[in-house]
Ligand binder design. Structure first.
Ligand code: AOF
Ligand code: ZN
Length: 374
């Protein structure tokens, strides 16, 4: 069958791109300001396609995925197809551009998913390949890839991180109980899923109310992933964060940022800085931290994705400012009843402009996810 949607080639392309995308997920959250890209080099000597090279953007962002995959493939890259989840770069960094490296290796076909919004690359990577006679197919699994690279895309195009609002709701729609500290709403398996969400984010954000109430550590503790905690951010206008909190205790190991007013108590600030706490000065509007400006500041320090984890007021503020890009609601079977803190949102009150993307079941808990339409 000729190439085109539904052809044998098209089905193979989608299958290998899906594999490249799964591979790229390995370093999500670990590549700094670089996206985590996946590359597969596939050749067919007449006995069917075979993967001869695999690469994912290295921790810290360099080397790029293509470098690694081409090194593994060696001479087998000649006349092979490269599957890249992002348009290969066209700029000189510490190494020559990946587009040129693919040409030099003799790759005859490149299948790409997302185009790179980086102005140094955008369109130029594919142009280098085409000019050298390489066949280029763009946009294979583009939507799936854009979803997984939403953080990189957001920071590149909007100069702010992707904002994911995650809430766990009891069966009666509560997210906690006043004065009760941390209340278990979902079970162990759902909690592990949240740990994975943290691993793939650049930062977790909470309000000072949640810190004073729950004293959370906001770290990743799943076996094998202990070193993968993202930064923690506390919205704390007047610097009420206790020196004795778990967050401060871990500040020497996992970055802790406090977003506070520039005029806030300098002595308290100095005391916390001694523990390694970092401060981000914020503007205030009607007694609240100006979130859009803060999100731009987070983008400027390299954050591409922020997971908003609590509490109700913080969630509401992000929703009211129209800053939420993705909503993830876990629904547990526990009933909270009297003294409960009502969730600002539930499955039936998702704002207009969001699209339901998936439902997942974690033991007795159900998780639904929506993303904002572009
Ligand atoms: C690729 N393959 O695996 C990645 C790419 O600072 P540099 O020189 O590493 O360049 C960063 C840019 O490279 C980044 O903004 C994006 O355009 C691209 N990322 N490109 O060919 C990769 N991670
Ligand atoms: Zn590159």
């Amino acid at each position: 069958m000729a190439a085109g949607e539904g052809s044998v080639q098209d089905i193979l392309d989608r299958r290998y791109m899906a594999a490249a995308l799964r591979l790229s997920r390995r370093n999500l959250g670990r590549t700094g300001t670089n996206p985590s890209v996946g590359t597969l080099i596939v050749r067919d000597d007449g006995d069917g396609p075979m993967i001869v090279g695999r690469g994912v953007t290295a921790i810290g962002g360099r080397p790029h995925a293509e470098t690694e995959a081409l090194a593994e493939a060696g001479a087998l890259a000649r006349a092979a197809t490269a599957y890249v989840t992002l348009e290969p770069c066209a700029h000189h960094g510490r190494t020559p551009p990946c587009a040129n490296a693919l040409v030099a290796a003799g790759v005859s076909r490149v299948v790409g998913a997302a185009s790179d919004p980086d102005p140094r690359v955008s369109g130029k990577g594919y142009a280098i390949l085409r000019a050298a006679g390489v066949e280029v197919v763009e946009g294979v699994l583009a939507a799936e890839t854009a979803d997984q690279m939403a953080g990189y895309m957001s920071r590149s195009l909007r100069k702010r991180p992707e904002i994911v609002l995650k809430l766990a709701l009891s069966c009666d729609g509560m997210i906690g109980r006043r004065g009760a500290g941390q209340v278990s709403i979902t079970g162990e398996i759902a909690r592990r899923e949240v740990q994975l969400m943290r691993v793939e984010a650049d930062a977790i954000l909470v309000g000072i109310g949640t810190v004073l109430e729950d004293d959370p550590a906001l770290t990743v503790r799943s076996p094998g992933l202990e070193s993968r905690s993202p930064a923690r951010i506390v919205l704390d206008r007047q610097i009420r964060l206790p020196e004795t909190s778990k967050l401060v205790a871990g500040a020497d190991r996992v970055p802790l940022y406090v977003a506070a007013c520039a005029e806030a108590d300098t002595a308290r600030r100095a005391a916390l800085e001694r523990y390694g706490v970092r401060f981000i000065g914020t503007e205030t509007v009607d007694g609240h931290i100006a979130l859009p400006e803060l999100m731009e500041d987070l983008g400027a320090i390299g954050m591409a994705s922020v997971l908003v984890e609590g509490g109700a007021d913080v969630a509401r503020a992000f929703l009211e400012d129209g800053l939420v890009d993705r909503i993830v609601l876990f629904r547990g079977t526990v009933e909270i009843g009297e003294g409960g803190v009502a969730s600002p949102i539930d499955e039936r009150s998702i704002p207009d402009g969001f699209r339901h993307v998936r439902t997942m079941q974690f033991a007795d808990d159900v998780c639904n996810e929506w993303t904002r339409e572009a």
